[in-house]
Design a binder for this molecule. Structure first.
Ligand SMILES: Nc1nc2c(ncn2[C@@H]2O[C@H](COP(=O)(O)OP(=O)(O)OP(=O)(O)O)[C@@H](O)[C@H]2O)c(=O)[nH]1
Length: 320
């Protein structure tokens, strides 16, 4: 099975479903306990209920603009159907969220064409501590399991720990890591990694980058330099710029997304640490606001805890 098959829609295994359901538990508890309070003692969905629902969505990290869209849609449904029982609110909400995500992800990554690019180059960006290295390790493991030959580039040369950490992941998942000394030029590491990938006929090269968000121009220049150097070895690289965001930081993740998308052409998102946070609603807000496909979600620390994001499964699990 190659890269193309890896990204195709597959049956979710029972294990994956369970990890998703467990991972979303805190988000669910938070969300539904608030909704239960909103509809307590009320029989119909009226303006008061909608006002309270708006607050629930905003405080569940869905984000203001996405919340307003969802409320607007429900308002329209309620106006059309005249009388909507509060017992139907959950289903109504689920429907509208699912439809909103479907409309906004017309550029769904599962419809992307993967195939001829070899090596397929993924440049990974994001601030320190969001789970960038862990995500790279998990992704390498997943790709390798699917039969791809993978190489990692330790181009986050700013911190010694980052290089060591990616080397450790390389050992753990048995994937080659190209690294230089700490403080060396990240673009040079990226160049070496792609040279090695081409020489060895690797299918995928994943390049880690430094997570500094010093200022937009500095970040932009650094990432542009890495990209330009990579293109000398693999024209068209990077094929994917994957931004890693920590879902547990809620609105901060949205802010980081803004900054990185302004600095570079991010075309895929990974949202980590969904387990252990009540802020999972941020996935809905980010999908809606940025029109960049959420490609991966992290639902635990283990190497098997990275999942391909499926919006329907996500919403189904949330409303289970
Ligand atoms: N529970 C949980 N923990 C995660 C997940 N992804 C990453 N982590 C943890 O988050 C912490 C930070 O992850 P790193 O991969 O070191 O983060 P990073 O962004 O690479 O940060 P630097 O290495 O500091 O640049 C680690 O303890 C990971 O185990 C996830 O999906 N769920």
């Amino acid at each position: 099975m190659g890269l193309f098959d890896f990204f195709k829609k597959k049956e979710t295994t029972q294990q994956e479903q369970q990890a998703l359901d467990t991972g979303l538990e805190k988000t669910k508890d938070n969300f539904f306990s608030k909704i239960t309070k909103v509809i307590a003692g009320k029989s119909t969905v009226d303006d008061d209920v909608l006002d309270d629902l708006e607050e629930v969505l905003v405080t569940s990290d869905v984000g203001v603009s996405t919340t307003l869209k969802i409320i607007g849609r429900i308002q329209a449904r309620v106006a059309k159907d005249k009388y909507v029982n509060t017992s139907e609110l959950n289903n109504l909400l689920k429907d509208e969220i699912q439809q909103l995500l479907a409309e906004n992800n017309s550029n769904d990554f599962r419809t992307f064409e993967y195939g001829s690019q070899k090596p397929y180059v993924i440049m990974v960006v994001g601030v320190n501590g969001v789970g960038k290295t862990t995500t790279i390790g998990k992704l390498a493991h997943k790709l390798k399991q699917a039969g791809n030959q993978v190489v990692l580039g330790a181009a986050d040369t700013f911190r010694a720990a980052a290089v060591d950490q990616i080397k450790l992941w390389g050992e753990r998942v048995d994937v080659k890591v190209v690294a230089q000394a700490m403080g060396s030029d990240p673009a040079s590491v990226a160049y070496d990694t792609l040279r090695s990938a081409v020489a060895n006929g690797d299918d995928v090269a994943i390049i880690d980058t430094a997570g500094r968000l010093h200022n937009k121009v500095g970040l932009m220049n650094e990432l542009t330099k890495i990209k330009n150097v990579m293109q000398k070895v693999v024209p068209g690289a990077p094929h994917e710029i994957l931004l890693v965001l920590d879902a547990s930081t809620g609105q901060n993740a949205i802010e980081q997304c803004k900054q990185f998308t302004e600095a570079t052409a991010v075309n895929a998102l990974a949202l980590t640490k969904l387990d252990g946070t009540a802020k999972g609603g941020v996935v809905i807000g980010i999908s809606d606001q940025f029109k960049i496909p959420v490609k991966y979600i992290g639902v635990g620390e283990g190497m098997e805890h990275l999942q391909l994001f499926d919006r329907n499964e996500f919403v189904n699990s949330l409303f289970k």
